[in-house]
Design a protein. Structure first.
Length: 157
């Protein structure tokens, strides 16, 4: 084989090892300035494929063997810091992939845990409307809705 050709196409074999989804997730990680590592790719892939909020326990179960709990926690914190993952506190800590999603909130089934994105936000309200007198700036918020999904509502009826 022509060495120039082999050199030019040496990445082709590497790309064959990854799915289109893994490549796009790798591009998303790389775009943040962070290195694409196996654990970052595994954690982000697990969150994207779940299409719902996951607990740390669920992430650990979905991520390939070989990544210890502390590594997964550090990875989540890194992915949160660059905006690829969102952490939500709802009695327990839950994580969600945040690739290509605008700021949003969730409606969560209290029976089965089904989660749906909700397009409602209070971020445009003024401090006056919030009724606060002791804060000069609000730098974040958390708004979640709890109830029964249609499936669970039928079961409990």
């Amino acid at each position: 084989m022509n060495p120039a050709y082999a050199n030019q196409h040496k990445g082709d074999k590497l790309l064959e090892r990854f799915s289109a989804e893994e490549i796009s997730l790798g591009v998303a990680i790389n775009a943040t300035g962070k290195r694409v590592t196996p654990v970052r790719l595994d954690v982000l892939k697990a969150l994207v494929q779940a299409k719902r909020l996951l607990s740390i326990k669920e992430i650990v179960e979905k991520v390939a063997d070989g990544h210890d709990l502390s590594t997964i926690y550090r990875t989540l914190e890194t992915l949160i810091s660059v905006g690829l993952v969102t952490k939500t506190e709802m009695g327990k800590t839950l994580y969600e992939a945040n690739i290509g999603k605008p700021h949003h909130h969730h409606a969560i089934c209290t029976s089965c845990g089904y989660t749906e994105d909700v397009d409602v936000c209070i971020s445009n309200l003024s401090l006056k409307n919030l009724g606060t007198r002791r804060f000069s700036a609000i730098n974040g918020h958390n708004l979640e809705f709890f109830g029964l999904c249609k499936k669970c509502a039928i079961i409990t009826a």
